[in-house]
Design a protein around this ligand. Sequence first.
Ligand SMILES: *[C@@H]1O[C@H](CO)[C@@H](O)[C@H](O)[C@H]1NC(C)=O
Ligand SMILES: *[C@@H]1O[C@H](CO)[C@@H](O)[C@H](O)[C@H]1NC(C)=O
Ligand SMILES: *[C@@H]1O[C@H](CO)[C@@H](O)[C@H](O)[C@H]1NC(C)=O
Ligand SMILES: *[C@@H]1O[C@H](CO)[C@@H](O)[C@H](O)[C@H]1NC(C)=O
Ligand SMILES: *[C@@H]1O[C@H](CO)[C@@H](O)[C@H](O)[C@H]1NC(C)=O
Ligand SMILES: *[C@@H]1O[C@H](CO)[C@@H](O)[C@H](O)[C@H]1NC(C)=O
Length: 233
Amino acid sequence: MIFTSLLLLLATSAHGQTLYDAAHNITAITGTWSSGSQNVITGAGFATPSQEAFTYPKTTGMSYSFTADGYYEIARYRMTSNGTVPTCITGVMNWSHGTYVLASNGSIVMTPFGDGYQQIQDPCAAISNFIENYNYTELYVLWNIYQDPVKGYTLQLYQFDGTPLPPQYLVSTSPNMLPTQALRNVSTTTTTTTTVQNAVVVNANAGERRWEAASLTGLLTVISGFGLVSLLL
Ligand SMILES: *[C@@H]1O[C@H](CO)[C@@H](O)[C@H](O)[C@H]1NC(C)=O
Ligand SMILES: *[C@@H]1O[C@H](CO)[C@@H](O)[C@H](O)[C@H]1NC(C)=O
Ligand SMILES: *[C@@H]1O[C@H](CO)[C@@H](O)[C@H](O)[C@H]1NC(C)=O
Ligand SMILES: *[C@@H]1O[C@H](CO)[C@@H](O)[C@H](O)[C@H]1NC(C)=O
Ligand SMILES: *[C@@H]1O[C@H](CO)[C@@H](O)[C@H](O)[C@H]1NC(C)=O
Ligand SMILES: *[C@@H]1O[C@H](CO)[C@@H](O)[C@H](O)[C@H]1NC(C)=O
């Protein structure tokens, strides 16, 4: 399915100017999208910016929301295990929002408001749990929306280096988002809080995590500058 979509994508982006037609995206990008078993959803159920806090979802995953007037929000919950010390599993929650642009070359550029933050839990590190500001402009070089026979409308985003993100399924056509403005004042110095609580990492759903790790890395390479795409299958 993804393969077919990529071929369609190739056809539509071959002339430099991306056409946002049904072959590229069979529905609009506006709304809320979520990967895997859809436990990670943008909005008030994930981040509480005024308290720099998170509500931990049942499983790892990611969620992106887009409004019709140019705002986005991202919620991500990720885990990585340490190759040399397999019991050291690092958990990262991160949240950001801001404005996005659908560029004519088919990319999406997401510029944050500056109030994003992330929490990193690493049971084996000297500081096992800390929260810091997160403010990076994100570039997605390609995207498309296709119909998955089981999951329905599916958003595929490709990161700056061409690596595909896990497919995200449409949760709702009206975006579930926090207010589209800066929601906390950020000082230039990073706020760091330290605790010793690692329960969230320990209780993680291993199946979901493993699925995320099995990414489709290598499926697609973008030769930058030409907008050319080569399939490595
Ligand atoms: C493709 O996405 C764009 C941006 O969301 C939207 O304007 C357009 O209507 C979509 N195309 C289709 C066929 O839904
Ligand atoms: C794995 O854990 C060891 C011991 O805590 C640490 O020195 C190393 O940096 C970790 N590696 C990664 C990739 O996190
Ligand atoms: C925040 O999430 C994104 C996506 O998973 C990731 O690229 C970024 O590295 C995360 N931050 C950290 C410190 O891992
Ligand atoms: C597409 O355009 C955007 C915005 O102008 C730019 O940031 C990005 O680098 C371009 N993408 C590629 C693959 O050249
Ligand atoms: C966040 O990043 C944006 C885009 O690079 C920048 O304009 C803004 O000043 C940054 N905000 C903070 C608080 O660092
Ligand atoms: C940021 O600080 C100013 C001045 O203290 C205050 O008026 C404003 O409400 C604050 N904004 C947020 C989002 O907390």
